[in-house]
Design a protein around this ligand. Structure first.
Ligand code: MRU
Length: 354
């Protein structure tokens, strides 16, 4: 497991995922603007990874602010938070992380600015440790749904590098393997940015988890021929009613699974659940550069000049297509999620194990 993002000697080192699988290189971010650019341009991507990267970016930003006291520091810091929040609209972990950091700064407003700067670095590092621990707990709950010999289909990349480490959907697979189960993973290539082909296939091969790459339009073939036992994907934002936004192409896979009676699981931390968003249609969907569709990885042109293009980066899978949402607090029917909006409510009552 290689770090997705880390703090080293005043620099945020970000694994540049646009270079994978051909090169494993880290981008050195010396200011918050470079971190924001890295999030926008997908050097780092995946909802939890975006969140922790933003937190590290804010720690850098605090160091760039020239302010003698908290009253002059705070508006400048808020402006940096707003810039960071404008990078990508769908993954709610970004906004969750920014809010957490803002509260943290407010809670420490009586300290010196230098002390706040130092504490922010430690808080963002704590968020990394917490995210890895969260993913491990999620993996333990999720592995219960995986049987020895299962063929799993996944979409996009919800692996170690989409998080601070270990992964969400891939964390479940990893945990199943750690329990001694033999699995095989069908990896959707995930057009247009190819997170499946470039990242998931690479990660699974590094982990020696058997996998086969397919193009997105082959999922129906696999299900028709009884080649899939279950689907596990990640999420970018989960609405209060259990609707799930994830990488474009997740919804058709979920519909196919339902048609074939195949369970469809979503693995995501609680920070991906947005209890303030009532239903899927309320989730903002990012539209990305048409060039992602007209060119393969921004290079080889595959469509006529000036063709009209639509490029939504995510779609919404309605709750009724989802068997369970696997979190660090247990697995839940999407329809039960709203009961957990109150963090004081004991999740035990709603947990499912099969
Ligand atoms: O555009 P991306 O690559 O950031 O989209 C990522 C996904 O859709 C992932 O499935 C999701 O963030 C879960 S990552 C654990």
């Amino acid at each position: 497991m290689i770090p997705t993002v880390e703090w080293k000697d005043g620099i945020v080192k970000m694994l540049d995922q646009t270079k994978l699988p051909l090169e494993v290189v880290y981008a050195d971010c010396r200011d918050y603007q470079t971190v924001a650019q890295g999030i926008k341009e997908l050097w780092v991507r995946g909802a939890p990874a975006i969140g922790v990267s933003a937190a590290m970016g804010l720690a850098l930003g605090a160091r760039q602010i020239d302010a003698p006291d908290f009253d002059s520091f705070w508006p400048k810091f808020e402006a940096i938070c707003a810039e960071m929040a404008a990078t990508r609209p769908t993954a709610v972990n970004l906004f969750w992380a920014i809010e957490r950091i803002k509260h943290f700064v407010q809670a420490n407003k009586d300290k010196s600015i230098d002390a706040i700067r130092e504490l922010l670095v430690r808080e963002s590092q704590r968020m990394i440790d917490e995210d890895i621990a969260t993913n491990r707990r999620m993996g333990a709950y999720g592995a219960a749904f995986v049987s020895d010999g299962d063929n799993i289909i996944t979409h996009c990349n919800a692996g170690s590098i989409a998080t601070a480490g270990y992964g969400t959907a891939e964390g479940v697979m990893r945990a199943a393997v750690e329990q001694g189960k033999n699995i095989h993973v069908w990896v959707d290539e995930t057009r247009p940015v190819l997170q499946g082909a470039r990242l998931t296939a690479w990660e699974l091969m590094e982990e020696k988890i058997p996998c086969t790459l397919v193009t997105d339009n082959m999922a129906g073939y696999l299900l028709y021929h009884d080649q899939v036992d279950l689907a596990i994907v990640g999420a970018d934002r989960i609405a209060k009613n259990g609707d799930v936004a994830n990488k474009i192409g997740t919804y058709p896979l979920a519909v196919l699974c339902k048609e074939h009676g195949i369970p469809f699981y979503v693995a995501a931390p609680f920070s991906t659940i947005d209890f303030a968003t009532e239903t899927g249609p309320d989730i903002p969907i990012e539209e990305r550069n048409p060039r992602e569709v007209t060119h393969v990885l921004g290079k080889t042109q595959i469509a006529p000049d000036n063709v009209q293009v639509l490029n939504p980066a995510f779609d919404v899978t309605p709750a009724r297509y989802i068997t369970a949402i696997i979190t660090e607090k247990g697995a839940f029917r999407p329809q039960d999620l709203h009961h957990l909006a109150d963090p004081k409510r004991d999740p035990e009552r709603f947990r499912i194990t099969e």
